[in-house]
Design a protein. Sequence first.
Length: 297
Amino acid sequence: MQWVDSVSEYLKNVKIYANTVDLYDVLEILIIAFLVYYILAWMKTTRSWRMLKGLVVICLFLVVVNAMNMTNIIWITENVLTFAVTAIIVVLQPELRQALEQLGEKNFLPSIGFSGSHKAEDAFSEKSVNEITKACVEMGKVKTGALIVIERKESLKDYERTGIEVDGIITSQLLINIFEHNTPLHDGAVIVRGNRVTYATCYLPLSDNLDLSKDLGTRHRAGVGVSEVTDSLTLIVSEETGGISMAYEGELVRHLNAESLKEKMRQIMNMNGEEDAKGRHRRKGKDKKKGGKKAAE
């Protein structure tokens, strides 16, 4: 293919090109590097990151095909690529619109990590795990339906736009109050980012997976649906049975208890267990103090 031959030719003459580089060329390279970094950082927060991985695999395949001189595949690829660019633009239309909107915001630089505004105390923590688990267990006991979507790397802002802003620190009381029957915010999903409940009453896409059990309702299908199009972790409490389920990467795990729910949340959220170890250490310290007081009495 022509572009592969051009790259090979450029690499052969790289020493010659090096002697012609001036200050403006260096500045241009830095600008291009910044733009590429910004685009990659933006793509990593959207579903287009998965598409990028697929395109890299295709490019590697084309390099191998060109090296082996498979003329028929090369001819097909050259003709298909003419329409591929248009197809990619159509598929990524929502993400491209979101990127243009972010460019118009004053705080778009923090989104690529330049401001250092993301603090450790704002991250999803062991306290968040405990509060969410406590809320799910309590709601399960009284059969209060709930749908909690926990954001990971891919942004959920498109779904936040369909809901009502809450912006409160995660507590079991807050989650239980949101999903309480006949309250204004109980219908729809809650979105969690870091250690905060950001939005409630959010609408989610329903899954078209025909393998899902027929006894599952809209709440479970919405939980699986959002896990199919994003890398989010979704927790569902059934209103009919009170059972707790978890959806991740299009897979649904049902009938979870408190301990299994905590363990799976820690695993999927890539928690290293250090904070949990600190919590156990504090609890042991408190138990020793209580034991000392009882002995003294």
